[in-house]
Design a protein around this ligand. Structure first.
Ligand SMILES: Cc1cc2nc3c(=O)[nH]c(=O)nc-3n(C[C@H](O)[C@H](O)[C@H](O)COP(=O)(O)OP(=O)(O)OC[C@H]3O[C@@H](n4cnc5c(N)ncnc54)[C@H](O)[C@@H]3O)c2cc1C
Length: 473
């Protein structure tokens, strides 16, 4: 068994592990061993369906030290008028270049790919090569960084929670591009962003809405892409945030909050007659939402239990199908619903979002904080974990935790300077747009509403939340 030493052992070279490492080595001379069971950095993007893109602008994704894309504003398609969003292929290439052109040449990082982290033994942390079978012992001088805590489940690699008769056709979205014959119809399974992407892709390919059926156990609240644009459109973010806090300040209860958030355009739903109970942070343009509304055959009978040659059994009923019908599995949970735990502990860092919905930005901030501070309590004060939402009401704690964290950052000049200068910070450079009347109105709204919103959100959260089922899409 070989032995190596490093200051940090990073388990997982996905978006979180890469963004953390980038900032850590940019601000310290720490040595790092990164381990991933996949062949390349980038995590789940290596198994993504071919038509996926980021749902946030490329500007807000990746690692801090290297641009992703060119900050081009798209001129055509459903993203017209908004900043470009990378494809999975671009993202994988990007992370490979970060590894090959930055991390490895720095001399600070060693990457053990195709290797499983199997835990800590008496003589160090164990890493086993998936191909050679060799075990490497890693002696960690400072910390183990768990960048797998939220490990992402994607359709290509997860196991569905329902059974399928061999005579029925179930495919992941990845396999749609390999179909060689038009089926009798398509049934999309799942309520999440993958289901939305798949539905829109089929429609874009010319499949008629009447041939698509959508099993949607829960309806979701949706964010508008136009509200989350960086750079020259940053006023959109400030306006969106300020309208959300204005709604939170005035709401009498949780139901009233969601009425207000919808009325001001902060959140959207697909079906005006169905109250969403789910929020996983999907971002769609208005054109994409309108496209999805063309699919009228929406099945709301709970989750699928069984797909047979002639029927689909759901929690609350049965619907017909046939062997030439294609069922598309979009039920993977994406990020795991992991309970919040302290991010910084003796000998350990557990990467989690701090700014809701922006995991790479959060991981980069955590890397900077780890590199520049010694006391774990101080680091945790600046980094309250902000669990990935599931039920609609989780949105309240997302906003509350994020706003509390920003108040703590504001007390530390170097953190504010880092955040304002961070490539991936969606509101970076907002203060340079103060001539914009939208920005002025947003700043005024934030000044009036932030404190009352925090008091009111805290009250509503402590009064309990309405029932809204959790679980995968
Ligand atoms: C389809 C999709 C689109 C998304 N789009 C956006 C977006 O536009 N903007 C945004 O901000 N967020 C987006 N997200 C959310 C989030 O940013 C991404 O999911 C992010 O890539 C997650 O990165 P991660 O590092 O936490 O997880 P992963 O990508 O799952 O990486 C974890 C890595 O750990 C490795 N690993 C796990 N256990 C072990 C072990 N024991 N030994 C060795 N290796 C191990 C795995 O192989 C994996 O490579 C999206 C998520 C999905 C699913």
């Amino acid at each position: 068994m070989d032995g190596i030493e490093a200051d940090y052992l990073i388990i997982g070279a996905g978006a979180a592990g890469m963004a953390f490492t980038d900032e850590l080595i940019s601000h310290s001379d720490a040595s790092v061993v990164m381990v991933d069971r996949r062949h390349a950095p980038g995590g789940h993007w290596n198994d993504a369906y071919p038509f996926v893109r980021l749902h946030t602008p490329s500007r807000t994704y990746g690692v801090n030290s290297r641009p992703l894309g060119n900050d081009t504003v798209d001129q055509h398609g459903p993203n017209a008028g908004y900043y470009e969003r990378a494809t999975a292929a671009e993202i994988c290439d990007y992370y490979q270049r970060v590894m090959d052109e930055q991390f490895l040449p720095s001399g600070q990082v060693r990457f053990l790919n195709m290797s499983d982290y199997t835990g800590e033994g008496t003589d160090g942390h164990r890493v086993v090569s998936r191909l050679a079978g060799d075990e490497t012992r890693v002696n960690v001088r400072r910390k183990v960084v768990d960048a797998t805590y939220l490990e992402t489940a994607v359709p290509a690699t997860h196991t569905p929670a329902f059974t399928v008769d061999p005579a029925a056709r179930l495919v992941s979205p990845n396999r749609l591009v390999n179909l060689d014959e038009a089926p009798t119809g398509y049934t999309i399974l799942g309520s999440g962003k993958t289901a939305m992407d798949t539905c829109n892709w089929l429609l874009d390919q010319g499949v008629s809405p009447g041939k698509i059926r959508w099993v949607r156990p829960r309806d979701q609240w949706i964010l508008d892409r136009g509200s989350l644009q960086p750079l020259e459109q940053v006023a959109s973010v400030m306006e969106w945030l300020s309208l959300g806090l204005e709604a939170a300040a005035g709401a009498s209860n949780v139901d009233d909050l969601f009425r207000r958030l919808e009325a001001c355009g902060h959140l959207h739903r697909l079906d005006p007659d169905v109250e969403p109970t789910m929020f996983r942070g999907p971002i769609l343009s208005q054109a994409e939402r309108e496209s999805l509304r063309q699919v009228e055959d929406v099945v709301r009978l709970g989750r699928v239990r069984y797909i047979g040659a002639d029927r689909i059994e759901l929690e609350q009923g049965t619907i017909p199908t046939d062997p030439r019908h294609v069922h598309i599995d979009c039920t993977a949970a994406a990020l795991r619903d992991a309970p919040a735990r302290p991010i910084f502990e003796p000998g350990r860092v557990t990467l989690q979002p701090v700014m809701a919905g922006f995991l790479p930005f959060s991981a980069a901030l955590l890397g900077y904080i780890e590199a520049t501070r010694d006391d774990d309590a101080d680091k945790n004060r600046l980094s309250p974990p902000n669990p990935f939402p599931n039920a609609a009401a989780d949105y309240m704690s997302n906003i509350f935790i994020m706003t509390s964290a920003q108040a703590e950052w504001a007390k530390e000049p170097d953190i504010i300077e880092w955040v304002e200068g961070a490539r991936m910070y969606v509101s970076a450079g907002a203060r340079n747009h103060m001539a914009d009347p939208r920005m002025q109105a947003a700043v005024q709204r934030l000044a009036t509403n932030t404190e009352p919103a925090m008091v009111n959100l805290h009250r509503m959260m402590s009064e309990g939340q309405p029932a809204a089922a959790g679980g995968p899409a």
